[in-house]
Design a protein around this ligand. Structure first.
Ligand SMILES: [Zn+2]
Length: 262
């Protein structure tokens, strides 16, 4: 984790269930969440494939911090559009389930607090202060999230103390002249077969086999070509490659004729 540039340990950007851009709004505060689940960064990605929800960051139990929505985009985590547009959502993994009353580890509390401090510094939001630049999901009602982490909860003060301590450490000597916030660059994901498959299945569901579909589009249903592309001189339907070859063949012929007329 690069705290100065707020570069996460890992990017695992989701491809739906967020809104590109922030509708002209500025980032004003952080909203705290807990998973109500024991999720990894990947686990969050999976959950948000099906559930129309998202947050910018997930802190998992290993202490790793993952970015799932870029800061410059609007995640769907804070109950209404304006709050979503003005905030950055941080999810904290639980280390136990409902029967243990959703505990959160010291590691996750510390990492979540440090992330918030780094974001407060990066976006010139000031020293972390509850109610000002730090808010809880449950403020909008209809949820108890972030539960023990929420204002008045048993983890709240520990989290706030670390956020303020770390903010002071980060800004020591530079607090009086904060640099103008620079836009974070959007990382370009590596176009691996894995990325491509995830990208397609993200849209079309986990049962969808992207490679098979591309193969089918190229060769036609059952490898028999596409009826609407017409037939070759053996009476077979053309594939996409056949059709492009035929178009090119005609273009070359037309070009030659035009040349001859000159
Ligand atoms: Zn929440």
């Amino acid at each position: 984790m690069d705290w100065i540039n707020v570069e996460p340990d890992v990017y695992r950007l989701i491809n739906k269930h967020y809104t590109p851009g922030r509708g002209g709004q500025q980032i004003k505060y952080i909203v705290r969440h807990h998973n109500a689940g024991i999720l990894t960064i990947d686990g969050c990605w999976q959950v948000w494939q099906d559930r129309p929800a998202s947050a910018h960051y997930q802190v998992e139990n290993s202490g790793r911090i993952g970015q799932l929505v870029n800061d410059s985009d609007t995640a769907w985590h804070a109950a209404n559009q304006l709050r979503n547009q003005q905030s950055i959502g941080i999810e904290h993994a639980n280390c136990g389930g409902a029967n243990e009353d959703w505990p959160i580890s010291d590691t996750v509390i510390t990492q979540g607090a440090r992330l918030a401090a780094a974001l407060c510094r990066y976006y010139n939001l000031g020293r972390p202060e509850y109610g000002k630049n730090i808010k809880d999901h449950r403020e909008t009602g209809q949820t108890s999230c972030p539960y023990h982490l929420a204002y008045g909860g048993k983890y709240h003060q520990r989290w706030m103390n670390e956020a303020q301590r770390f903010y002071d450490e980060l800004t020591n000597g530079t607090a009086t002249t904060p640099a103008a916030p620079k836009p974070k660059e959007t990382p370009v994901p590596a176009l691996t077969p894995k990325y491509f498959r995830d990208f397609i299945t993200g849209y079309l569901g986990p049962q969808f086999d992207a490679i098979q579909e591309i193969w089918r589009q190229l060769r036609g249903p059952g490898g028999q070509g596409w009826e609407q592309l017409g037939k070759n001189d053996k009476g077979q339907n053309l594939t996409l490659v056949d059709a492009i070859a035929a178009v090119r063949h005609d273009l070359v012929r037309i070009e030659k004729k035009l040349e001859e007329k000159k």
